[in-house]
Design a protein around this ligand. Structure first.
Ligand SMILES: [Zn+2]
Length: 366
């Protein structure tokens, strides 16, 4: 393949590792996949983690690759596929409600995910389409509602309390190195049961510093369906102000208490109260099926599906995580499979019509 002159010039000044990666990648891109590398693309490739050693950080994004149609086909990439967004509530040694899971149940589910090739990303990364999962692997979003003490706490040494969700996630990640220890915590006005402001701040800062997302589940957990629009916005803004005081970045995501949508749907996603504005990139429901890919044309970021973590008893016969994770194993063609390249969206040609390419991400349809 003849390289454009501008590209040749830029490659000449790039280091040899980058040249190898870029040329191998670009030379396999067919002529119909324009635009070919522009200087901007080359700069991108130069910056890409493919040419760098893996990050030593436990939450570091895995190194990317430069996907090609052949490579995407080989790994079975399908970035138009379904993604499980798992919903957890309390993690209790003794379950009191059907929504509760024990630490052992959480551990077992996470180990199963790790063994099957799932890699956690946060809800924020998911809605942004910032899905950096190694080639051939599947993203999963772990979400915890209500900021319960069983989700997180720090011991006297400043480490996650044993048995909390964060401790279990870290244990599993310690045994499965591909399993990123990240999750999303949607909290209310008393995060993790902490009343003391300094303790709240330490908890939130620890989570944010370790790659976890802490975001908005409203101030007092009301049923938003029965509130006037102004009250909906007040509930969201009050929690948003707390998050900011505690050192969290502005929320990009929120989960609806009880999965209950306000009568004016868009009030959950954006609004203003008392001079403070919010505008989320994604609003999450409480159930009951895998989410569409964020690149899918039909993806509704104002009402994103989740799956309750649970076995297959009673109403969970068809709606909860055991059922759906088995279903995805039986329907591998429906599942989101990463191409390992965060800058390209790869999928089988027959699914090309299902997605919209955003923010200039290049599409590889094979
Ligand atoms: Zn809740």
């Amino acid at each position: 393949m003849r390289l454009p002159a501008s590209l040749t010039r830029i490659i000449a000044i790039a280091n040899i590792v980058v040249i190898t990666v870029a040329v191998i990648g670009l030379s396999l891109v067919p002529d119909d996949s324009r635009p070919h590398a522009t200087p901007k693309d080359v700069a991108t490739i130069e910056d890409a983690p493919a040419a760098q050693p893996p990050s030593p950080s436990p939450v570091g994004q895995p190194p990317g690759v430069v996907a090609t149609p052949d490579f995407a086909r080989q790994v079975g990439a399908n970035e138009a596929g379904l993604v499980p967004v798992l919903m957890y509530h309390r993690i209790m040694a003794k379950r009191l409600a059907s929504l509760d899971r024990t630490p052992a149940q959480l551990r077992k589910e996470l180990e199963r995910l790790a063994e099957r090739g799932y890699v956690p990303i946060t809800a924020r990364e998911f809605v942004a389409g910032d899905i950096r999962v190694p080639a051939g692997k599947f993203p999963v979003v772990l979400t915890f509602d209500d900021g319960h003490p069983s989700h997180f706490g720090l011991d006297a040494g400043g480490n996650p309390l044993p048995g909390t969700a964060v401790a279990v996630i870290q244990e599993v990640a310690g045994r499965y190195p591909d399993f990123r220890p990240v999750a999303t915590f949607w909290i209310n006005g008393e995060p993790f049961g902490l009343r003391d402001r300094a303790a709240q701040e330490s908890a939130v800062r620890w989570l944010v510093d370790h790659g976890f997302e802490v975001a908005n589940h409203t101030w007092a957990h009301p049923n938003l369906r029965v509130l006037k629009r102004k009250k909906v916005s007040e509930q969201i803004v009050r929690l948003e102000r707390l998050l900011r005081k505690l050192g969290a970045p502005p929320s990009e995501t929120m989960a609806l208490p009880y999965g209950s949508m306000p009568r004016t749907k868009k009030a959950a996603r954006s609004g203003t109260w008392d001079g403070t504005r919010y505008d989320f990139a994604g609003v999450f429901l409480a159930g009951a099926e895998p989410s569409l890919s964020p690149y899918a044309k039909k993806f509704d970021r104002g009402a994103i599906q989740r799956i309750q973590s649970n076995g297959k008893k009673g109403e969970c016969r068809r709606w909860c995580s055991q059922y759906w994770l088995e279903w995805l194993d039986k329907h591998p063609d429906e599942r989101y499979v990463s191409d390992g390249d965060p800058r390209r969206i790869s999928l089988p040609e027959k699914l090309r019509g299902n997605i919209v390419a955003k923010r200039g991400l290049q599409v590889i349809a094979y």
